[in-house]
Design a protein. Structure first.
Length: 85
């Protein structure tokens, strides 16, 4: 049975960013330079806040609360896009 619900406009934020990667064990300088790369990440969620230091997005949003948030430093961000659903 389908429930009759109001249609709410929702804005979703997509953030493409690069995360730090740690290596362990012995490795030559040449192998490190060739193989130690940053990981490209994609996060999608509700924009909670954004300032000169970082962006904060949440996976889940209710009327007045957020859950499962990620705080990403601006220096790590490649792209931010917003979509209306």
């Amino acid at each position: 049975m389908m429930m009759n619900r109001k249609k709410h406009k929702t804005k979703i934020t997509l953030v493409v960013w690069y995360d730090a990667v740690a290596e362990n064990g012995w490795i030559t300088k040449e192998d490190a330079k060739a193989n130690c790369k940053l990981d490209k990440c994609v996060s999608i969620g509700h924009l909670v806040d954004q300032n000169e230091e970082r962006i904060l997005i949440a996976c889940t949003k209710s009327d007045n609360e957020y859950n499962a948030m990620i705080n990403i430093p601006n220096a790590w961000i490649d792209t931010i896009k917003e979509y209306n659903l």
